[in-house]
Write a protein that binds this ligand. Structure first.
Ligand code: C5J
Length: 222
């Protein structure tokens, strides 16, 4: 057990053997121009900026022998797992399933659905394809974590207040100890990121902990 003193709202005891690093939706569709995030009118450069930090934590976690889970939001090519309420909402430039510069938007197997090359999964890491915002909904994630005896989840990825926060809340309700890396997550809306970090740690860590990436890396075995 290694203590992360800088964690909020109080120190977090990291048990690497029973922890998984969960990287949420670092896909081209969210962080590159021409994808789903941009089609909703968002500035994707904010999200691109965290890639080096996420990579730094990922490399340190791998070097320490930690296990990694990557998630990807997306839908089957026939969109049978995409509720019409999700596809039809709003007035995006491109809807889920439409053909854009990176293939069909948010469709499994298309170029835009891929995780950015700098953070690509390696052998032995789990990749969870999810049709919703939360990574536990309609996926085998819970079963995979239980099979490995995982009790702690360390989160990074995008976007903070949507898929990251939803997954943290799902995990919290399932009994996992959750920590969000403060500079390893980002939102298209800085005020939503700040509010999410505050919400997670308020009321004695009602959803979990947050910590800076440097403090997490310092707590990993060399
Ligand atoms: C969104 C996500 N924002 N990965 N997805 O639609 O947060």
């Amino acid at each position: 057990m290694r203590l992360i003193d800088a964690a909020r709202p109080f120190p977090f005891g990291l048990d690497l053997a029973h922890a998984a690093l969960v990287i949420i939706d670092m896909q081209r569709d969210f962080v590159e121009p021409g994808g789903f995030g941009a089609s909703l009118g968002n500035d994707v450069t904010r999200l691109q900026a965290i890639i080096p930090t996420v990579r730094g934590v990922l490399e340190a976690w791998r070097a320490a022998g930690g296990w990694v889970v990557h998630t990807r939001e997306g839908h089957r090519p026939d969109l049978s797992d995409c509720p019409s309420a999700k596809r039809e909402r709003g007035q995006p430039m491109l809807r889920i399933g439409d053909l854009g510069p990176m293939g069909r938007v948010l469709v499994i197997g298309e170029p835009g659905h891929a995780i950015v090359p700098a953070l690509a999964p390696v052998a032995g890491e789990l990749v969870i394809d999810k049709p919703g915002k939360g990574a536990f909904y309609a996926t085998p994630l819970q079963q995979a974590l239980q099979q490995r005896g995982i009790t702690q989840l360390v989160f990074m990825g995008v976007t903070t207040e949507v898929c990251v926060q939803t997954t943290m809340r799902e995990a919290n309700d399932r009994g996992y100890e959750c920590l969000l890396v403060e500079d390893g997550t980002e939102s298209y809306f800085p005020e939503f990121k700040a509010a999410t970090l505050a919400m997670i740690t308020a009321q004695g860590g009602i959803v979990g902990w947050t910590a800076p990436s440097a403090a997490l890396i310092a707590a990993l075995p060399a």
